[in-house]
Design a protein. Structure first.
Length: 346
């Protein structure tokens, strides 16, 4: 081993080391290159191990070359280390970039159900006349649902309501909101102005205009000197507010066991304005509710003296009002929870 050979080997080693450093594509690879060339058992140590075979005067020169190679490799390692760090940071930033030009994800917000909206509108209109909202139970006693409303067990009028009974004897799913009248009369002293919205149930075959579950709003006013004219005036005002000013209305004779006299309240067809169309069965009129003066028997069952107090009651179908209000032709849509239907009301 002579000086030139050793110098040449160091020069080759330096070049190979620099190439390896430049080729390292990750911090781990660079670490491996450093160990391979500058480690305790690395290439440089191995080559310099030959220094002992040189004549003593040549040794410092080779030592100096060796140091220069070490420094060159260390400098190159440092540069490459920074390059890799910068590249890693750039890659991470690129990965985490938020593209502010991307369209946002749509946020679906809920909305009130059309029946709830309609119930609220009904309550708002009657609220202007001092009517306060009460709630009655959906599971009701036969006594309140029928008997207190002047419908004894053998009364033929029971056929008007196909009833769903529950397992507890004497109880049923209310067939109408009218038992709420009894609750209110038993709990409140006149003057009474009560509105009772709620869900009702009947054993009905389901079709476009019938459901076994539907919504009603019951109204009850009891005071001294209440007359049919008060009822007519109130319902007229309601019809104007709900279906537009100037909408013609009429009373027709009706029948309910719990009112006497009883009436059906019609508004001029909102589809054809009275000309006659399939929606109004070509009559030009649509019945929106049933009403009448509270029967003296019912007042007595509510704990009130019919000689002193008179009252009127009315019951309207929320579904029916909503159908007219929104132009819907199938009652089943209300309870099918189809978002395509419901989103139209948001
Ligand atoms: Zn019509």
């Amino acid at each position: 081993m002579d000086l030139d050979t050793l110098s040449a080997r160091l020069s080759t080693l330096e070049q190979a080391g620099l190439d390896a450093i430049r080729a390292a594509s990750s911090p781990e690879a660079l670490e491996a290159v450093q160990v391979a060339y500058l480690g305790r058992r690395g290439e440089l140590k191995t080559v310099l191990g030959g220094i002992g075979a040189l004549p003593a005067p040549d040794r410092p020169q080779v030592g100096a070359i060796g140091n220069a190679v070490r420094e060159a490799l260390e400098a190159a390692l440092e540069i490459r280390r920074r390059e890799l760090q910068t590249a890693a940071l750039d890659a991470r930033l690129a990965r985490e970039t938020v593209d502010v030009t991307l369209p946002g994800r749509p946020f679906r917000s809920g909305s009130l159900h059309p029946l709830i909206e309609t119930n609220r509108e009904i309550a708002r209109i009657f609220g202007q006349f001092g009517f306060v909202v009460y709630e009655g139970p959906e599971v009701e006693s036969d006594a309140r649902n029928f008997q207190a409303l002047n419908i004894p067990p053998d009364h033929p009028a029971r056929d008007l309501w196909d009833t769903l009974y529950v397992d507890v004897p004497g109880y049923l799913l209310r067939t109408h909101t009218s038992p709420g009248q009894i609750h209110v009369m038993q709990q409140t002293a006149p003057p009474i102005r009560a509105l009772l919205p709620g869900r009702c149930f009947r054993y009905e075959a389901v079709d476009a205009s019938h459901g076994f579950e539907f919504f009603q709003v019951e109204g009850l006013m009891v005071d001294e000197g209440t007359t049919m004219a008060d009822l007519r005036g109130l319902l007229d005002a309601f019809a104007q507010a709900m279906f537009g000013r100037g909408r013609p209305t009429r009373f027709r004779p009706g029948y309910y066991p719990f009112t006497e006299p009883s009436v059906a309240f019609d508004v001029q067809c909102v589809v054809c304005n009275g000309v006659g169309c399939p929606s109004c069965k070509r009559t030009g009129w649509m019945t929106i509710l049933g009403a009448g003066m509270v029967h003296p028997v019912v007042l007595r069952n509510g704990g009130l003296d019919p000689e002193r107090y008179q009252g009127f009651a009315f019951g309207l179908g929320t579904d029916r009002i909503a159908i007219l209000r929104y132009g819907i032709d199938d009652i089943r849509m209300f309870l099918e929870n189809d978002l395509r239907f419901l989103e139209q009301f948001s």
